[in-house]
Design a protein around this ligand. Sequence first.
Ligand SMILES: [Zn+2]
Length: 75
Amino acid sequence: MRDCAYIYCRKCKRKEWILITQDDINYAKSNGGLFKRIMDHGDHFLAVYIDGNGHLRRSLILTKEPVIQPVVCLT
Ligand SMILES: [Zn+2]
């Protein structure tokens, strides 16, 4: 089965279709009913949670923060 889900980003108003494969459906069925996709929208990420029927359940806007370098302490 192949299907598509319609995604709308509240932050940048971008509208996209994402492809849902049988692997995604199988993953959703064995992981609480949802699978996740993360899309790079330039200055932010859009994370979406889709159920096994291809319906969007939840979306999150993730802002890109500067990467923090680990601190090495020499004793
Ligand atoms: Zn966006």
